[in-house]
Write a protein that binds this ligand. Structure first.
Ligand code: NAD
Length: 264
């Protein structure tokens, strides 16, 4: 457990789903946490459910506010005087066909998932470099490695994160900066309910596959294990994870299987 000595973790998107479950799991393991999301009341409720709530600091943050990221980093550092891990977890999905989707929806998917994430990453990077230590953990998706209908903009944004962070890992190898890319399969969270439809409104309904996915609690345990082992990249889910290997070795077969599965 190499990173056990590195105790301060900043999690984005901590108000629900994977981020909320990560908060409980890391709190249980006595990490000091800074938890972020857009809504302070939601964050307060998560904190109230933690056993070691004195180890939790709240920092509201909207990934759309790219200009505020340096300010947010300064605020985050003021809580414990240090940060060792940034978990870029916040994100928003999509359920709409390319032909029907407004360009603004693509813009928002990129703004939140890609530009918001890299803006926050760039804002904290000089601090990590100055410390000669730091660990970026970025939650992408299996959709960051292959595609599935109704998710064109989401897939684009998540694929882009892999490009960015693979380069960051190389450029800052000598600064002792670690990067772990986490690719979930289906996890039973609000991701499908909050997913943007063609006009930018949320889908509201859950998807069957998401509902039948891993529980956020089980997912968070596996993810923390991967973080502590400083893995480069990890795929966490059920049989859908096979898509990673099929994309690499049998891309046409994966194409047919994804179409046949009719997953929404
Ligand atoms: N649940 C799944 O099946 C699944 C699969 C693959 C990838 N993911 C990824 O996991 C991550 C977490 O999603 P989840 O499944 O927990 O869904 P969720 O909708 O329950 O949680 C998303 C979190 O991101 C936050 N968020 C959304 N927009 C934001 C913004 N503009 N600024 C700041 N925070 C914002 C939300 O408030 C929430 O806390 C996302 O990056 C998502 O793409 C989830």
């Amino acid at each position: 457990m190499k990173t056990k000595v590195e105790k301060v973790v900043w999690i984005t998107g901590a108000s629900s789903g994977i981020g909320e479950a990560l908060t409980y799991e890391l709190n249980r393991k006595d990490y000091k946490l800074i938890i972020s999301s857009r809504n302070l009341i939601d964050l307060q409720q998560v904190k109230a459910r933690c056993t070691n709530s004195d180890l939790i600091s709240l920092l509201p943050l909207d990934l759309m506010d790219r200009d505020k990221m340096s300010e947010k980093v300064t605020e985050a550092l003021s809580f414990y005087g240090s940060i060792h891990l940034l978990i870029n977890n916040a994100g928003i999905s999509q359920r709409s066909l390319i032909m029907e989707t407004d360009l603004q929806v693509y813009q928002k998917l990129m703004d939140v998932n890609y530009f918001g994430t890299i803006a926050l990453t760039k804002a904290i990077l000089p601090y990590f470099v100055s410390q000669k230590k730091g660990h970026f953990v970025t939650v992408t998706s299996l959709m960051g490695k292959f595609g599935s209908p109704y998710r064109s903009g989401y897939c684009g944004a998540k694929h882009a994160l892999h490009g960015f962070f693979d380069v960051l890992r190389m450029e800052h190898e000598e600064d002792n900066i670690k990067v772990t890319m986490v690719c979930p399969g289906f996890v039973n969270t609000y991701v499908a309910i909050n997913a943007l439809t063609a006009d930018g409104s949320p889908q509201v309904d859950n998807d069957v596959a998401t509902k039948n996915g891993l529980s956020p609690h089980v997912f968070a345990k596996k993810m923390v294990n991967a973080i502590e082992k400083e893995k480069f990249e990890v795929y966490i889910g059920r049989k859908e994870v096979m898509g990673i290997y099929m994309k690499r070795f049998f891309p046409k077969l994966l194409h047919r299987l994804v179409l046949r599965s009719k997953v929404r």
